[in-house]
Design a protein around this ligand. Sequence first.
Ligand SMILES: [Zn+2]
Length: 358
Amino acid sequence: MKILCDHPGGNIIVYTIDYTNACIKVNLSQDLRGTANWWFYWNFRIVDCPVGRVHFSFQNRKVISPHGVATSTDGIEWTWTESNGFIDHMNFTYDFTGETVRYFSFCIPYQVSDYEQFILKLHDKPIKTGILTHSEKGRQVPLLTFGGGARAVILTARHHCCEATGSYALEGFIREVLAKPDEYSNYRFFVIPFVDIDGVEEGDQGKDRIPHDHNRDYGEDSIYAATRAIRELCQHLDVAAAIDFHSPWCWGGGDDFPHLHLGPAVGDDPDLQKHFSDRLHEISKTIPYDDTYISHYGSPYNKEGAPAFKNWFALKKGVPLALTVETPYSGALPRGYSKEDMRAFGACVARAMKITLD
Ligand SMILES: [Zn+2]
């Protein structure tokens, strides 16, 4: 049995593998490299899988969700283990039945290869795929554009690289717009699906990246190429909305429900973001949304003046609908979120945006 993390998004530290009992026991933890604070993302695969039960014991706090862990045999199709093998938030067991490789992850991952497959499925749509810039490690940072309207809508994900659920919501948003081009004809969409693409592919946490993370890079000078390029891209655009897709804290309380971090109120209608929230509440059914857990600008987790994406768009570009959408990692449904659940939620974000702006 080998435990590996050299696949895109892989992240694990293995301390010991104990074969002395009938049930193999692995002591391991998430890798916090490059991160200032504790975080919870991990993602590994096993090759030369044994047959029988293996006990995985995480050594650095609680990192197994109430829906268990996400698992896959190909790194593409994932299911939640739910209560199967769940011991507590630091321990789970898995009964291997003869597979050659098996993936386990804190959440359903979303890598560049997932995005490429998504783009392939849009081959008959009027989209333009391009490159925003190159990352610090030389990767191409994708830029997707579509729509012929006069006003720009900026969509981003993975300012915090481990926050994969936001990417599925973003897919749903894009799919919705492309399915109904007439309804969205006032807008031209600019999508940056991987702001911290190096972290996405290398399996970093990304949140609280040292010296600051990509969503704290909208101060006087940006230190990351992607954020610099986003600012340059938008310099001469008339931006109607700037929506940044994230995932929240690991689980619990409001973090089990989709919620918004509002930007500062700017423009003629100080209630515009509230209108958006109300529309989202009316529309979103698969993953119910309400305003219970809204994080208002100026609250403890939404500090006034933080050099974040949404604040830059509101305060420097005067964009009234500039906010963060948080899609939970596994959520409060009876089952952990599926990819389609998250896409359905993203489609509702698009519709709520359109109704609000129109
Ligand atoms: Zn985030």
